[in-house]
Design a protein around this ligand. Structure first.
Ligand SMILES: Nc1ncnc2c1ncn2[C@@H]1O[C@H](COP(=O)(O)OP(=O)(O)OP(=O)(O)O)[C@@H](O)[C@H]1O
Length: 593
């Protein structure tokens, strides 16, 4: 895949001007703290500048062979300067970091809220890897810059500026000597920045595509194995990893050359200050102590200048990350109707609906379907027939390529996402146990529910017994790295959330097939309870689910080929009857169906 194709699929990246505007906007509410922090840092830098002249005074005392008492004053001054600088620097760094952290938190909130509002198509287009690398790597790089680089950068910049002022105060000729280094440093910085920016941007993109490839291959592992695509996928992973390594090596080579040039600049500056000192002391214009102070000033500049220039590096990398975060945070929100229509009842109507993920390969074609309020329709069909797609389009997750979906007589577009969420609940095949306590997991669906309601929901889906048996009951921490739930328990939890959410319309596409036959029966009973009294569209992964529905719709190749009750369809002897007889022949007879 060419770089061009890769970038056009990725989520957007903001330009530098937009990033600056967003930063200004984020810093505005904390202007007071930022100014205080800056004042403390200026104070710290100013106090630290006292050290070199005080040392110069000590040199003069020694050179002029004055008594030991003459050293007391400068030494006390040095102690005071060290303490004052320490206190002010800590205060300044803490305040600047606080401003940075708050800005980052706001940006992250904006990013997450936009990312959650992204339409599924947009996310699938970009690939989950792009989004995850932004929320993991980019956020980390920016957070490190905010925590470390930004306060250090501010401190070093102030120290450099004030040291130049101090040099000029000693004698302007020291400043001239020191300034000889500046053109080399400025040129080095320009040279470096013009090269490092694009490399860092490429590096971030390379991380994103590498992550995407790993996710793709891991998610489709069984298909990769079945179709013997292992070599091709290993090749793709290798290609992406090599790209990441190649870019990392380019960064290291660039940094080595960068620091080599900076060392050259330091050499020129030190030579300039020493020559000026030699000349001024020789002509009697300055004392040895003053010349020593000037040389110390300049040598003390090495560290802040290196920090400054090296942090440019972190700043570049953070800027590349920020551009990708702001790019997502700036995505226009999904259009919401000004006055959302509210559904009148819970009937589902699907009119002339077609949907294609890829042009000219319709996943659904010309579907017309009605689900009467309070009834259950089961979708049946072979793998790839379009069941999940229809379920997601009806739930408002995909916008159909053409046609219309209505709930309670109002179109989904006219209702907008808020109203749809109030009416429709969806359980997909990707059941997720959110990390946290069992109670928190359940309250995602009903934040105000008390413990009694949570227990009632768990009881309704047959999960009450195991939930009460958990070490800390509802307060047991579940999910990754904590108390792991079985597949069946995780799905019961999803169904309990459905009961708590208490929406009039339910779309159910849970994977009972993965639960084994006894697990599947438990889940079917649980689903029965969760769907009771609601209008529902159920993707029937097992035909027993279909048999229990009020009506069955058989899909094939994205179109409806048959519909009716179980008995009608079995009697008709068509596609459903064939599926049913194959299914009944395979399964162990279960009581009741
Ligand atoms: N995100 C996607 N991008 C591209 N094509 C897709 C996507 N999701 C599904 N498809 C294709 O759309 C068609 C319908 O898929 P869908 O998942 O809706 O079928 P299904 O009947 O639910 O299958 P299953 O029972 O295996 O889940 C298939 O050809 C599938 O390959």
């Amino acid at each position: 895949m060419s770089t061009h194709e890769t970038t056009t699929r990725l989520l957007p990246t903001a330009d530098g001007a937009r990033v600056r505007a967003v930063l200004r906007e984020l810093v505005r509410p904390q202007r007071g703290t930022a100014v205080l922090g800056l004042i403390a840092l200026v104070g710290a830098a100013a106090v630290s500048l006292l050290v070199a002249p005080l040392l110069g005074q000590i040199v003069d005392v020694v050179a002029q062979q004055r008594g030991a008492d003459a050293v007391t004053g400068p030494v006390l001054g040095l102690v005071g300067a060290a303490l004052g600088q320490g206190v002010l620097a800590v205060l300044g760094i803490a305040l600047v970091a606080q401003v940075g952290e708050t800005m980052l938190a706001r940006l992250r909130e904006r990013f997450v809220s936009r990312a959650l509002g992204l339409r599924l198509e947009r996310l699938e287009d970009a690939g989950a890897g792009d989004l995850t690398s932004r929320i993991t790597e980019d956020v980390t790089v920016v957070a490190e810059a905010v925590r470390e680089a930004m306060p250090e950068f501010a401190r070093a910049a102030l120290l450099v500026v004030l040291t130049f002022v101090g040099l000029a105060a000693l004698d302007w000729r020291f400043l001239v000597g020191a300034l000889l280094a500046v053109p080399i440093q400025a040129w080095t910085a320009r040279w470096y920045l013009s090269r490092s920016g694009p490399i860092y941007a490429d590096q971030r993109i390379a991380y994103g595509t590498q992550q995407q490839q790993l996710l793709d291959t891991a998610a489709g592992l069984s298909t990769v194995r079945a179709l013997r695509l292992g070599d091709e996928h290993s090749g793709r992973i290798r290609e992406r990893a090599e790209n990441v390594v190649r870019l990392s090596l380019r960064v290291i080579r660039l940094q080595t050359r960068f620091f080599g040039r900076l060392n050259g600049a330091e050499f020129v500056g030190v030579a300039g200050v020493l020559v000026a000192g030699f000349w001024l002391v020789g002509s009697g214009t300055a004392t040895i102590g003053t010349a020593s102070a000037a040389a110390l000033y300049f040598i003390n500049l090495f560290t802040p200048i290196n920090i400054l220039l090296f942090q440019l590096d972190a700043a570049q990398s953070a800027l590349a990350g920020l551009r990708r975060l702001v790019g997502v945070a700036d995505l226009p929100p999904e259009p919401v109707p000004d006055t959302p229509e509210r559904p009148d009842g819970s009937g589902i109507g699907v009119r002339g609906l077609s949907h294609s993920y890829v042009a000219d390969h319709p996943a659904l074609r010309d579907i017309d379907l009605d689900v009467e309020p309070g009834t259950r329709v089961a979708l049946v069909g072979a793998s790839g027939a379009g069941k999940t797609t229809l379920a997601k389009v009806v739930a408002g997750l995909h916008r159909p390529s053409s046609g219309r979906v209505e709930i309670g007589g109002a179109g989904l577009d006219e209702q907008g996402p808020e109203v749809i969420r109030e009416t429709v609940a969806l359980v997909t095949q990707e059941v997720h146990v959110f990390s946290g306590t069992l109670a928190e997991d359940l309250r995602l669906a009903a934040p105000d529910a008390d413990d009694a309601r949570l227990h009632a929901a768990l009881d309704a889906v047959g999960a009450g017994e195991w939930a009460r048996g958990l070490p800390d009951g509802l307060e047991t921490v579940v999910g990754d790295g904590a108390h792991e739930l079985t597949v069946v328990q995780a799905q019961q939890l999803a169904l309990a959330r459905l009961v708590l959410a208490d929406r009039p319309v339910v779309i159910l596409d849970e994977a009972t097939a993965e639960a084994g036959s006894s697990g599947a029966r438990t889940l079917e009973t649980a689903a029965e309870a969760a769907l009771d009294g609601r209008t529902s569209l159920v993707v029937a992964h097992r035909l027993t689910q279909a048999a229990a529905a009020d009506r069955i719709v058989v899909l094939d190749g994205g179109g409806i080929v048959e519909q009716g009750t179980h008995d009608e369809l079995v009697a008709a002897g068509g596609a459903y009857a064939r599926l049913w007889s194959a299914w009944s022949g395979l399964r162990t007879p279960a009581p009741g169906v």
